[in-house]
Design a protein around this ligand. Structure first.
Ligand code: NAD
Ligand code: UDP
Length: 354
């Protein structure tokens, strides 16, 4: 008997990161909408490693299959192309509802669709939670505070949002999504969790997505002009992705149904942040390439017009997250930026990005 030669090696089919083996009573069926995006893909990694069954729904508008491709084929994982503005049925225990573009150029690209995604997408996922009795978590945003008149922002602050400006499709979209979430809690007894996320960054952020961290890191790596919008005196507080994922999972599994801020309270002016990014990129380029004059040294800060309604200040009050979740950020901004620099640098070198 001649053994067939064209068979697959079964060993190579188990080439996945090692996941925890959970007893059936502890293994949850978890739906992650927007799971192929930046935050979603990190959440998927963590939930998979914890041993749960994870289904991703994504229409790949700003996300990409490659962010979760390392799980494709794993028995605990499923990737479904689906637009959340259409209903979807699946048995599940928990829903992490992330689907929504988050970067200003992306959410302004088709602002009507952004509002539709925020409202109808959230309604469809709340209806699913109602049918399945799943616990529902929505990733809301610090943008619900608008251009805040209170600083830092605690969850009790109602915000200062321009309802008709260019950011309104996102800000008001998230506000109505929160409203809808609490309507379903009151009227339909859905278990809800609301995370108000402050600016978050890390590997797998789309380098072209126009957000400040990805822009500055890419510009410095290439020795290009670093584009500060306005006078650079507006502030933001930047959180590293791993801290956010800790917070989201802790919130989902807590008893807290009020909104909870998740962000790093280290506040920078955008101008100072540009200088910091440039210094970190220079340091990494010197260390890795032993370059005498790293490309980042050529980068100059240039000032561009500030987009309208750009909030002046942003810093989370984290007291509630600390009290109810025992959560606080562990990554300093500079540690996170260095990781991000190494990630984009490696991708630029192997030609995955330009
Ligand atoms: P992202 O753009 O990388 O990811 C969003 C994902 O949702 C993408 O994969 C996209 O393809 C998908 N999506 C968009 N519209 C969809 C639709 N109609 N149907 C199905 N899928 C759709 O953004 P992100 O930074 O990962 O943000 C994820 C969530 O976190 C969003 O809800 C965002 O509002 C929230 N958030 C993020 C930040 C941040 O700084 N990253 C801050 C506040 C809130
Ligand atoms: N910003 C900037 N240069 C850039 C991109 C953004 O100065 O190349 C500014 C932007 O105007 C805002 C801040 O950086 O004041 C954060 O912008 P981002 O789009 O990252 O997030 P958001 O405005 O939603 O907080």
């Amino acid at each position: 008997y001649d053994k067939p030669t064209n068979t697959i090696s079964y060993a190579s089919m188990n080439n996945y990161p090692a996941v925890k083996l959970l007893p059936p009573s502890k293994k949850k069926r978890i739906l992650v909408t927007g799971g192929a995006g930046f935050v979603g893909s990190h959440l998927v990694d963590r939930l998979m490693l914890l041993g749960h069954d994870v289904t991703v729904l994504d229409n790949f508008f700003t996300g990409s299959k490659t962010t979760v491709s390392h799980w494709v084929g794993h028995p605990n994982f499923e990737l479904v192309r689906h637009d959340v503005t259409e209903p979807y049925m699946i048995e599940c225990d928990q829903i992490y509802h992330l689907a929504c573009p988050a970067s200003p150029p992306h959410y302004q690209f088709d602002s009507i669709k952004t509002v539709k995604t925020s409202f109808m997408g959230t309604m469809n996922m709340l209806e699913l939670a109602k049918r399945t009795k799943a616990r529902f978590l929505i990733t809301s945003t610090s943008e619900v505070y608008g251009d805040p008149l209170v600083h830092p922002q605690s969850e009790d602050y109602w915000g200062n949002v321009n309802p008709i400006g260019i950011r309104a499709c996102y800000d008001e979209g998230k506000r109505v999504a929160e409203t809808l979430t609490y309507c379903y809690q009151r009227q339909e007894n859905i278990q809800v969790r609301v995370a108000r996320i402050f600016n978050t960054f890390g590997p797998r952020m789309n380098p072209q997505d126009g957000r400040v961290v990805s822009n500055f890191v890419m510009q410095a790596l290439k020795g290009e002009e670093m584009t500060v919008y306005g006078d650079g005196k507006q502030t933001r507080s930047f959180q590293y992705i791993h801290d956010l994922i800790d917070g989201l999972i802790a919130l989902m599994n807590s008893d807290e149904s009020r909104p909870v801020n998740l962000g790093n309270a280290d506040e920078f002016t955008v101008g100072d942040f540009a200088v910091m990014v440039k210094e970190i990129v220079e340091k990494v380029q010197r260390e890795d390439n032993q370059q005498e004059s790293p490309k980042a040294a050529q980068s100059k800060v240039v000032y561009k017009p500030i987009p309208s309604d750009d909030p002046q200040r942003r810093r989370p009050d984290n007291a509630r997250a600390k009290e109810v979740l025992g959560w606080h950020p562990r990554w300093t901004v500079s540690m996170g930026v260095e990781e991000m620099v190494r990630y984009y640098k490696a991708q630029l070198e192997d030609g995955t990005i330009v």
